[in-house]
Design a protein around this ligand. Structure first.
Ligand SMILES: [Zn+2]
Ligand SMILES: [Zn+2]
Length: 289
């Protein structure tokens, strides 16, 4: 298996629209492992369509507890369990992840109990270990390390960029963040930087559509990055490829990939990918730009 990132759900924010992209989730395949990063709505379908058997799931990392990153965490694990998952799964997430998981188990207690009795399944409650992390080294095993950096995503304080390092490559996810220059040091020399992005010309139309105009715009500007700013971080970090992800807006017919590229080119001259659901980005392949 070649190492790669699959962008499962590429839009920022929880709304879904007819025929549009799914909220945020990604799959990182490196060192023979398949790691799910964030679990927005659609992640279960995305993992399956990426060719990963659900019962092979073993590692999930959540950047922060906004619903567009965590809403389908429980359903993903539960569906894997009904598909035959029988080994331990670890979930790394910020403070509150354990409470989410306990609440999900409580909500599904009837179904879990009945499948244990009726289908002879192992107890889901015993299969999953939730590890709450903060800034710094999160884990290191079998040549794979994960470290976390607190980013700037008010009013959420526990929101973490993630850096995966392995002999096959280094991949950094920005998580949700306003322009945050320290990310450049954190992402220094990575093969891939997956960075969230907004496009200024689409924000006003998006805000007009959603009916919560002024407050939403205030949140977007305070808590997210423009494509130009993602490009600036990539340039300062000297990464091998920038991937724009968590796109806002993601489904505006007046905005095309060319608009995202034009905005990013103001600050980034290197390899560039604009996310779309299901798009595969090879980690060490620089033949396609
Ligand atoms: Zn988000
Ligand atoms: Zn967020």
């Amino acid at each position: 298996m070649s190492s790669r990132v699959v962008l499962l759900g590429s839009k920022g924010g929880p709304a879904i629209r007819p025929g549009g992209p799914w909220p945020t989730s990604s799959l990182l395949q490196i060192g023979g492992r398949s790691i799910v990063v964030d679990c927005g709505l659609g992640v279960t379908r995305g993992v399956t369509d990426a060719g990963v058997p659900l019962k092979a799931l073993d590692l999930i990392v959540i950047t922060h507890l906004h619903s567009d990153h965590v809403l389908e965490l429980g359903p993903l694990i539960h569906t894997a369990w009904t598909a035959g998952l029988a080994h331990p799964v670890r979930v790394f997430g910020p403070t509150g992840t354990r409470a989410y998981w306990q609440g999900f188990l409580l909500a599904m207690a009837f179904d879990i109990d009945i499948r244990i009795v009726d289908e002879g399944r192992p107890d889901l409650r015993a299969l999953v270990e939730v590890v709450e992390f903060s800034e710094g080294m999160v884990f290191a095993e079998n040549g794979l390390t994960l470290s976390a950096l607190r980013v700037d995503h008010p009013p959420v304080t526990d929101c973490f960029a993630l850096r995966f390092d392995h002999a096959e490559g280094a991949v950094v996810f920005s998580a949700d963040t306003a322009y945050f220059p320290p990310l450049a040091d954190f992402a220094k020399g990575a093969d891939i930087l997956v960075h969230e992005a907004m496009l200024a010309e689409g924000i006003d139309r998006l805000v007009a559509r959603t009916g919560n105009g002024a407050r939403l715009k205030e949140h977007l500007l305070a808590s997210h990055s423009f494509a130009e700013q993602a490009g600036a971080v990539a340039t300062a970090a000297g990464v091998g490829r920038l991937v724009l992800h968590h796109l806002i807006p993601a489904d505006d017919p007046e905005i095309s990939e060319a608009d995202w590229i034009a905005a990013t080119r103001k600050s980034w001259a290197g390899a560039l990918t604009i996310a779309a659901d299901g798009l595969v980005v090879k980690i060490t392949d620089d033949s396609s730009a």
